[in-house]
Design a protein around this ligand. Sequence first.
Ligand code: MET
Length: 375
Amino acid sequence: MTSACVQSSSGKAEEDDTLIGTGTGANCTIDEVVKIGAVLSLDGGAAFAGSYQQQGLELAIDELNQKSGITYELILEDDKTDLQTSISATEKLLERDEVHAMIGPTLSNMAFSTYEDAQDAGVPTVGISTTAAGIPEIGEYIFRVSLPEEVALASSIPAAEASLEFETAAVMHDNEDEFTTSAFESMHQELQDLGTEIVANETFPTSETEFRAQLTKIDESGADVLVLSALPGATIPLVKQAREMGIDIPIVGGNAFNSPVMIGNLEDASENLVVGGAWSAEADTEGNIAFTESFQDAYDRPADQFAAQAYTAAYTIDEAIRASCNANRDSIRTELGRLSDFETVLGPITLSPDGEITQDPYIQIVKDGEFTLLN
Ligand code: MET
């Protein structure tokens, strides 16, 4: 595809003077409207996450536009949880809207294609829930404020083991999806490192809704814990069927478990779900308290991790622009890679020049229908 940037003969994007402001930091003023594109899954299987992301992002953009100095225009596209739609939506943002930065998409599965286009176009892009291995490696314009699944699991599985003292585990994963497969490999490695005996290992396709055959084998294995890598669409029937079959062992899951929607759908079946995630409603920093209250007021429901990460991405891009008061794409990219201990609703975050986030994970277990911090 063609680049959205004006390329000089040297191949480097030329700076647009109208995107360079005066002052720095909180005093930065840029006359030109800064366009942020976002591709989210607002329909289809991942919409339960995408709807929170939309709200978190819109809340942040509203707040940022109330501060003086920079005006943001959010151009939001729905990929309907469909790869081809995600690719066309990204191309529209890059080529037609010529956005200055991008946020999303919801699923790593889409990102592995669309981030190649963002990279080719030289548009800095911030992932908010793309947690699979290999995302920042796509290129120098690709960042994420989404805790990698392998980092969350490297904390959540040992924390679960320390707390629940399991010796044997059954593992189960969706072997069609990039994110669930990548997360499963991390889970498997963590269990091996702990010396946990894996007594059952089952797989299923993404669209599966009937799990009783695999669950019967897991029940017969006598495992102390079930470690599950699945998207929400499968997780809800799978966990419900397990509990209906009398399988009441703790279930340790990935990032997709970290949502009140999941608990709401699972009701009593959510008890003893363990999840390592990037955000907790219980984190009592001033910024997180303000965020959770504003979110509740704006949308009449509690915030979740997906909302918090989307909210963080907008603030992160704003911080990068204000750092040198420059909304040119190359400047945003450079400054994103310099953010260090930036205070956010996820806690302090650091982005490396190659796009990876460093932050502390939150390990939670569901008790009496509520997430409770385990660490
Ligand atoms: N973490 C998942 C991914 O990277 C997305 C969240 S689950 C709706 O694909």
